[in-house]
Design a protein around this ligand. Sequence first.
Ligand SMILES: Nc1ncnc2c1ncn2[C@@H]1O[C@H](COP(=O)(O)OP(=O)(O)OP(=O)(O)O)[C@@H](O)[C@H]1O
Ligand SMILES: [Mg+2]
Length: 476
Amino acid sequence: MTSKTSIKILVVDDDDHISELLTIYFEDQGWQVTRANRASRAIASLKQSRFDTILVDFQLPDGDGLQIIDHIRQRDAKVPIIFMTGHGSIDTAVAAMRAGAFEYLSKPLNMDEVLIKVRNALELTNLRRNLDIAQDELARRNYSQGIIGHSDAMRSVMRSVRIVAGSEVDQIIVTGESGVGKNLVANAIHQASPRQTGPFIEITCTALPDTLLESELFGHERGAFTDARTKKTGLFEAADRGTAFLDEIGDMSLSLQAKLLGFLESRRVRRVGSNREKKVDVRVIAASNRDLFEQVKERSFREDLLYRLNVIEINIPPLRERRQDIPLLAMHFLKIFAEKQQKSVYSYSNDAIEKLMSFSWPGNVRQLRNAIERAVVFSTGEQISADELPQEQESPRFVQAAVKVVPPNKEETFNLASLERECVLRALDHTKGNQSAAAKLLGITRNQIVYKLKKLRMEKSQTEPSIDTFKVRSDH
Ligand SMILES: Nc1ncnc2c1ncn2[C@@H]1O[C@H](COP(=O)(O)OP(=O)(O)OP(=O)(O)O)[C@@H](O)[C@H]1O
Ligand SMILES: [Mg+2]
């Protein structure tokens, strides 16, 4: 809701007792009331301020309520209008609703009903304004490097990106749950920095076994180990004068962490199998969706490395803690996907936005993005309706549904990727979404299953229900 003191209600009734009664009730809620006992006065008030809801009596000394609707609509196309009609005049109520009233109330008024309907109307106004703000901001603003958001939290993230980008700081850590935008922020830092002309190279620490990761990071000489037929430039060397992005740093083994720390201190790389060192100029951005302090306690992350990295931390809060970004992001993704899929869908119904704002989004912005991509695929009109959006699902139930959609078509039978997908989903289904237990069933590590899930989320086809909709549980 908008803050209470800023809520303005216009009451138009020539019966002073009724306006007085409504005023007492509304002011008690902390709302500001303006009263008008003539249609002409109501119109004059409309010229002076913008109201969040308007209550109009059907019969006024200088005109009827239906005429007033026109006047109101000319001034404010969207404000909800609630009609008050004399007892039993259903016809007038119907006429009022047809003319675009939001609700009607029959006299004598039941104050509980009045408050419920006015609150609904205020809620609608609030949602519409949110959407309008989102549309305006998108049209007006050039967000830093594609990072969308106007919550205080995101503004502060963007501020940090700008400051850090232009600074000499050469190691940064970006933290936050899966899907909050860590890769996006790392990229933004690079793009906003003088290093933008240099390379941006990223590596996901989860994806590779230890020895391979080491040679990916530091490179190796020919013959350094059995498979090393040619020499290889490592990430840090390749990212010279640019940025190296180490994703999922919490998954790096302890021995490699020690080597990384050595590198951060000396800024020299030595390829595996070589004894020569080379100085490189690289900004290292690390990211993690796990709590590294917790990992330090569990002794799976080196404390000295954490303190080295933690000099500058940019934390991106989960989407559910900055819901005011949802309409803005929703509009942003709608534009992208409508254009991509060449569909003329421009907006959301109010209950669609309300639904999006009510979800807890365990998969954060990535999940929102996928939900909207799918909604655009299925959309039939100019507005996305609430029905076209997915239901908020709990993990086990949803995994079940996802298993069922694996296409039973013949060519698929020999497709390894789809078999793998099915196995992973079945295992998760079996363990009710517990990733560690599912990993055990599959005979792989938890990190590997997390990585596979991420890959699956990226590869899911557009029309299938998204795997992304189930809770990403990074806590077990
Ligand atoms: N503020 C934002 N504005 C626009 N797009 C965003 C924003 N945040 C995230 N996204 C989009 O959401 C998706 C997920 O973001 P990203 O990959 O950066 O998340 P992540 O935090 O790195 O997730 P993970 O921990 O799973 O790697 C991307 O498509 C990204 O472009
Ligand atoms: Mg990422």
